[in-house]
Design a protein around this ligand. Structure first.
Ligand code: SAH
Ligand code: SF4
Ligand code: F3S
Length: 467
């Protein structure tokens, strides 16, 4: 088994030392989990590009394999080990041909399990937590030159964002921008406070600078990311703290930023100025992802959500007053410990009452180290599976209805990529629905009015009308 090093002291990458020529090394980067991991993977890829790495689709021809992992549910975390089993075979096969492969595990499993990963999967050369990505090239260099596994899962004080390279690649029309990380809320089911650490908000100036870089590279839609994005309280340009609404206002002033979104929000941090921004800021899209988790107050209390179902309903009413057409999305957990049939019915009732345009629903997964994992009355799997199916049928019905209600309207669509059919483009409506239309390839990256003629459970289709 590999030797372990859990120290955090820096080793400097020697100038001109082991750094290959651009394009001479290949990295295979696989991303699991949420949008924050998608954003992190982009930044990892950008920082490796500076050391000559280009991305490859397959592990077979990769000199470096990175798994950017998710720990939120058991299935997500276990996927990593089955993947590492396959990578071990690839690494062995490459070694037989005299080629070396470095294997790194990043993301939330790395943070949560640390050295355990190397113990279970000695194929791994580097375990690196989300707060240390700015040190990735240096740590890889060390793992390689010292031929041993390195584990780096400290939460350093430094701001990793300021140490990552600039966003200077050409890009698609829509991009993510992480503005806030971590969480202090400690919902009893959730690993995020342990894997991403305490809440941290980036300064407004740094976010504006990154947004401008993205725009200069062809981006016109920016989705602001954070585990608790609406708890954002970064340093304002003139000192003091800015709110998310203030940040959105500043981003809206940037020429070339056409659309703004943010995710994921917590009901407790939905401030009045943010709600008002949905009426006053034309670039802020009419879409809100606001998880409620359960419709039962008893379960909400056991989850430590610190809001009731009635609070949620009142909040939605307030938001709909200023922006009646807003598309609402949510996260729901079924089968939380102690959930009775009545509790579950309260969840169905809340779904009926609100009418979501979109939703993610999950069967509760007990996560080691979280308070809920030790609660009495864990719900039997068969019961939870049945409840999940019932809930998903209802959510599908609402989503299909929301989409059908768009038929006949002409709505602005930002075209992002080519469709499967010849001449077809796929874009997004303001409500985040995928929209298919036939249009010239040159329309990619543009926002055009589309008359919606058809709808399905997951998308819309229509024809482009003259702008
Ligand atoms: N910060 C966001 C959620 C982040 S995690 C919020 O507070 O709403 C994304 C979603 O995963 C959660 O909203 C929750 O619905 C789900 N989730 C988190 N932990 C889970 C667990 N142990 N089992 C099942 N679903 C879980
Ligand atoms: Fe997890 Fe969200 Fe709760 Fe934080 S607020 S502990 S990220 S579910
Ligand atoms: Fe998963 Fe970590 Fe995101 S646990 S959901 S990748 S914050």
């Amino acid at each position: 088994m590999s030797k372990l090093d859990t120290s955090t002291e820096s080793a400097v990458l020697e100038p001109g030392g082991d750094q290959p020529m651009p394009g001479s090394k290949k990295v295979h980067l696989r991303t699991f989990g949420c949008q924050m991991n998608v954003y992190d993977s982009e930044r990892i890829s950008e920082s490796l590009a500076a050391y000559g790495y280009v991305e490859t689709e397959t592990a077979d021809d990769a000199d470096l394999v990175i798994l950017n992992t998710c720990h939120i549910r058991e299935k997500a975390a276990e996927k990593v080990y089955s993947e590492l089993g396959r990578i071990r075979q690839t690494k062995d096969a490459r070694r037989a041909e005299g080629r070396q492969t470095l294997v790194a595990v990043a993301g939330c499993v790395a943070q949560a399990e640390g050295a355990e990963i190397v113990a279970r999967a000695p194929v791994v050369d580097l375990v690196i937590g989300p707060q240390s990505y700015h040190r990735l090239p240096e740590l890889l260099f060390r793992a390689k030159s010292e031929s041993r596994s390195i584990v780096e899962t400290q939460f350093p004080d430094e701001d990793k964002f300021s140490k990552l390279p600039k966003r200077d690649r050409p890009r698609a029309a829509s991009a993510f921008l992480t503005i806030q990380e971590g969480c202090d809320k400690f919902c009893t089911f959730c690993v995020v406070p342990y894997t991403r650490g305490i809440e941290y908000s980036r300064p407004v100036a740094a976010i504006l600078a990154e947004a401008k870089q993205l725009v200069s590279r062809g981006v016109s839609e920016i989705t602001l990311l954070g585990q608790n994005v609406n708890a954002y309280h970064g340093e304002a340009e003139a000192g003091g703290n800015a709110t998310l609404a203030m940040l959105i206002g500043r981003l809206g002033e940037i020429d070339g930023v056409e659309r703004l979104r943010y995710t994921t929000s917590h009901p407790r941090d939905m401030g009045d100025d943010l709600i008002a921004a949905h009426a006053s800021e034309p670039k802020l899209m009419p879409y809100l992802h606001l998880p409620f988790q359960s419709g039962s107050d008893r379960i909400l209390a056991a989850m430590n959500r610190k809001h009731t179902a009635a609070d949620y309903v009142a909040l939605i009413a307030k938001i709909r007053r200023v922006r009646p057409d807003i598309a609402l999305s949510t996260d729901i957990i079924v089968g939380f410990p102690g959930e009775t049939e009545r509790d579950f019915e309260a969840t169905l009732g809340l779904v009926e009452q609100i009418g979501f345009a979109h939703a993610y629903s999950f069967r509760y997964s007990a996560r080691p180290g979280t308070p809920a994992a030790n609660m009495a009355d864990q719900v039997p799997e068969a019961v939870a599976v049945h409840r999940l199916h019932t809930l998903q049928r209802l959510l599908d019905k609402h989503q299909t209805r929301f989409n059908a209600d768009c038929v006949g309207r002409t709505i602005p669509v930002l075209f992002e990529r080519s469709g499967r059919r010849d001449g077809q483009l796929i874009g997004r409506s303001p409500y985040l629905q995928p929209v298919h239309a036939f249009a010239d390839h040159g329309m990619l990256g543009r926002i055009l009015p589309v008359e919606i003629l058809g709808s399905g459970p997951n998308s819309l289709s229509g024809v482009v009308r003259a702008a």
